[in-house]
Design a protein around this ligand. Structure first.
Ligand code: NAD
Ligand code: GLY
Length: 370
């Protein structure tokens, strides 16, 4: 078993990564159950595919468990489902010493984390992520949120889990497209500050995507170790270090907005195209070697991820995409900080990006792609 510690003083916790650990979950959860109750929150897809494994392990160890099952999909990160979840947890008479277990992807993790942070002014929660995106990114670091009418993730909190339990075998039932979308976040860690890991992705990423156990475990461990170090250094995104995790997100968010946050473009797919655009924009500004931008584009294309506006199904022109960026929650005092790159593994936060220039680049980039 690989163990990665997120070092945050009294809020420190472990991330445990092991193939098949969901079938042995009781070993890791029984201690929490002795101090209180466990309530699992999941969505219908995960309830069908993975909940029986968790329940069987707990039942075999005589650990009582209750489950709340919500609808799948991004719309579950809403006021309506937050209220439904809080009411369900209150009906179960949950107490502050109990643990809510988020079994699912980023939607369940973000919603449950937020609910736990406000329920009775804060009760404990445990992340058991079941998508690659959640295993390498959203289950770690304590960002929790729901979406509001005005935009995605606009209502939330920083609230750390007590434990993250990762079983890569849960990916066996995840649709291939979802796994590929999560893989964009794996590539992201290489692009931020670990060129050797990006080279590993180029050479071995296809093994991860085809279900190789060692490749999955290696990529998950390396990704969460990278995220844990960043979170330990800048938990609340105040020093600028944690902001590096948003590589590709400003472009990606505009693409997601243009496609209506629909199934046309999954979050990770938007991040993939966004990272390729960030590198090509950096190259256009003379900040980054063109070969590096080409390597990034080529790898994303090779694994079947969107890497430009057309492959992201985006029809809008540069001006319309930049208009979406103006609603970004990172916008401050009229400027939007952008993550650009000096090369692979050399991402930095730039505050001098002119949005008209970005709009012109997006139009040129579409023309160049044909
Ligand atoms: P998701 O939670 O919607 O899961 C994707 C789909 O896969 C859903 O239909 C789900 O039911 C299904 N599923 C999940 N696990 C499965 C499994 N093992 N087998 C079969 N089906 C399974 O999507 P996601 O990509 O995991 O998460 C996206 C969300 O994460 C977004 O809301 C995004 O804002 C958020 N996010 C949060 C952070 C953070 O730091 N908190 C970081 C990145 C993304
Ligand atoms: N996924 C971005 C962050 O956790 O900060």
């Amino acid at each position: 078993m690989a163990i990665v510690r997120v070092a945050l003083d009294s809020r420190s916790y472990d991330i445990l990564i092991e193939q098949g650990v969901l079938d042995r979950a009781a070993t890791h959860l029984a201690g929490y159950a002795r101090k209180g109750r466990l309530v699992v929150v999941t969505d219908r897809h995960v309830a069908a595919a993975q909940l029986p494994r968790l329940e069987a392990s707990l039942r075999a160890a005589n650990v009582a468990v209750e489950a709340v099952v919500l609808p799948p999909g991004e719309q579950t990160k809403s006021w309506r489902h937050l209220e439904e979840l809080l009411d369900a947890l209150l009906a179960l008479e949950i107490e502050r010493g109990d643990h809510v277990v988020a079994l699912g992807g980023g939607v369940i993790g973000d919603l449950v984390g937020f609910a736990a942070s406000i329920l009775k002014r804060g009760c404990h929660f445990i992340q058991v992520p079941t998508t690659l995106l959640a295993q390498v990114d959203s289950s770690v670091g304590g960002k929790t949120a729901i979406n509001a009418k005005a935009g995605k993730n606009l209502v939330g909190s920083f609230y750390q889990p007590s434990l993250v339990l990762i079983d890569p075998s849960t990916l066996d039932t995840l649709p291939a497209r979802e796994t590929r979308a999560g893989y964009a976040e794996v590539v992201k860690y290489g692009l931020i500050d670990d060129p050797a890991f990006f080279a590993w992705c180029e050479a071995e990423g296809h093994r991860l995507l085809s279900g190789d156990v060692q490749a999955r475990e290696y990529a998950i461990e390396r990704s969460v170790a990278a995220k844990a170090a960043i979170v330990a250094d800048d938990e609340r995104e105040t020093s600028g270090r944690r902001a590096l995790l948003n590589l590709g997100h400003t472009f990606g968010h505009a693409l997601e907005a243009d496609t209506g946050f629909s199934d046309l473009l999954l979050h990770g797919e938007g991040v993939a195209a966004g990272m390729a655009l960030a590198f090509r924009y950096s190259a256009r500004r003379g900040l980054c070697p063109a070969e590096d931008a080409e390597r990034v584009t080529a790898h994303l294309k090779a694994v079947g991820l969107p890497h430009d506006l057309a492959s992201a199904h985006v029809k809008a022109d540069g001006a319309a995409l930049v208009a979406h960026m103006l609603h970004d929650k990172k916008m401050a005092a009229g400027t939007l900080p952008f993550l650009l790159a000096r090369g692979i593994g050399q991402t930095f936060l730039s505050k001098d990006v002119v949005l008209d220039d970005v709009a012109a680049f997006l139009d040129e980039d579409r023309m160049a792609a044909g």
